[in-house]
Design a protein around this ligand. Structure first.
Ligand code: PLP
Length: 400
């Protein structure tokens, strides 16, 4: 009998973290590596947020707090939802966790029974299917390819709903594609959901502020307020304020669900870091300049990467509406060979050969449930991105 639990058979380690680790190891060996595999802003946390954290330590905010967040932070989150999303939540409808990741996990743990289905549009954030499986549910994946702008259609959603469907997870703008649902696209989905009152909506709005050109972010409960009583609106400070390491995420939702999520958290990790909560409070209530500045930088980098990749033989790279990822197709490269004779059989071998030949680390599309593609996180300097795109162009050109 194995010492490890059967639960482990249902999950795999995060492929994005594995790729980042591999890139780090190669760099430590002295290889010239450009890692475009990690999903985090390369900027520093804004100074006023760092100062608030230091002040929190000196003020003695170093003890356990309320399990699912301090009162002023919950109030600031209510104010944020009202101000930015037109959503009216009370503090009792707010939960704060150790990253959006824990918040999503708590919600699944608090609601899923064996056999319960969760609809996940692919390409998906790598953790959704595994989190659903860990919580004992069944992921139901529906794919939206490049031709659909990586957006599922209302018909696809309607066809995937069964009596066992408990949740649908929506993520706009998306990791890994950067695709966003505008108001019309979102309404088409909420209309379907209005016809299925047993289905709840988990909206992962982590990339809300990273939207470009004239794209306007919307969240499902804002587009269809009648869905408010079965929507969990998840967000966090990681991507919006360059605070990935601080580990603060939050959500608004019906009080019963929020209470159940708090119970799960109370018996696992208890409160998120007290100091980070004060930093998140400063992020949400302080100056918002960082958001505008980082958005401009990311839009410039997106344009640099999209135009560069589209000049690479065999790569087709759509222009995403948001986040800091591109998800190009490499359909035109499958079946080719490297100068050493290695076959590009799929997107995994593409990513490995690209790393070997050029030192550029990307994540293969199979990790996100849609092949043959790869994901680039363009949260890197313009110089690094230009260099990486040039190396990719050379690599594609070398394939026979
Ligand atoms: C789509 C999506 N949701 C949630 C998260 C979790 O973010 P955090 O736990 O840092 O708040 C991430 C992070 O990569 C993400 O890309």
């Amino acid at each position: 009998m194995s010492f490890l639990s059967e639960t482990l058979a249902r999950v795999k380690p995060s492929p994005t973290i594995a790729m980042s680790n591999l890139a780090r190891e190669l760099a430590a060996e002295g290889r010239d590596i450009i890692s475009l595999s990690a999903g985090e802003p390369d900027f520093d946390t804004p100074a006023h947020i760092r100062e608030a954290a230091k002040a929190a330590i000196d003020a003695g905010h170093t003890r356990y707090t309320a399990v699912d967040g301090i009162a002023p932070l919950k109030q600031a989150i209510c104010d944020k939802f009202a101000r930015e999303n037109g959503l009216e939540y009370r503090p009792g409808q707010i939960t704060v966790g150790t990253g959006g990741k824990q918040v999503l996990y708590n919600a699944l743990m608090a609601t899923l029974n064996p056999g319960d289905e969760v609809i996940i549009p692919a390409p998906y954030w790598v953790s959704y299917p595994d989190m659903v499986a860990l919580a004992g549910g069944t992921p139901v994946v529906i794919a939206a390819g490049i031709e659909a702008g990586y957006r599922i259609t209302p018909d696809q959603l309607a066809a995937a709903i069964t009596p066992r469907t408990k949740w649908v997870i929506l993520n706009s703008p998306s990791n890994p594609t950067g695709a966003g649902y505008d108001e019309a696209h979102m309404r088409a989905l909420t209309d379907v959901l209005m016809a299925h009152p047993h289905v709840w909506i988990m909206s992962d709005d982590m990339y809300e502020h990273l939207v470009f050109d004239d794209f306007r972010f919307v969240t499902p409960a804002q587009v269809e307020p009648r869905l408010m009583n079965r929507t969990l609106t998840v967000n966090g400070v990681s991507k919006a304020y360059a605070m990935t390491g601080w580990r603060i995420g939050y959500a608004g939702g019906p009080a019963e669900l929020i209470g159940a999520m708090g119970t799960i958290q109370s018996q696992s990790t208890s409160n998120p870091c007290s100091i980070s909560q004060h930093a998140a409070l400063a992020a949400l209530t302080g100056p918002q300049d960082y958001i505008t500045e980082s958005r401009a930088a990311f839009q410039r980098r997106r344009d640099l990467v999209v135009s560069g990749l589209n000049q690479c033989a065999g790569i087709d790279c759509p222009t995403p509406e948001g986040a800091f990822y591109v998800y190009p197709s490499i359909a035109g490269l499958i079946g080719r060979k490297t100068p050493d004779g290695a076959a590009i059989a799929d997107d995994r071998s593409f990513a490995m050969e690209l790393l070997n030949a050029t030192g550029v680390a990307v994540v293969f599309g199979a990790a996100f449930g849609l092949s043959p593609h790869f994901r680039i996180s363009y949260a890197a300097s313009d110089a690094q991105l230009a260099d990486a795109v040039e190396r990719i162009r050379g690599f594609c050109g070398s394939l026979a």
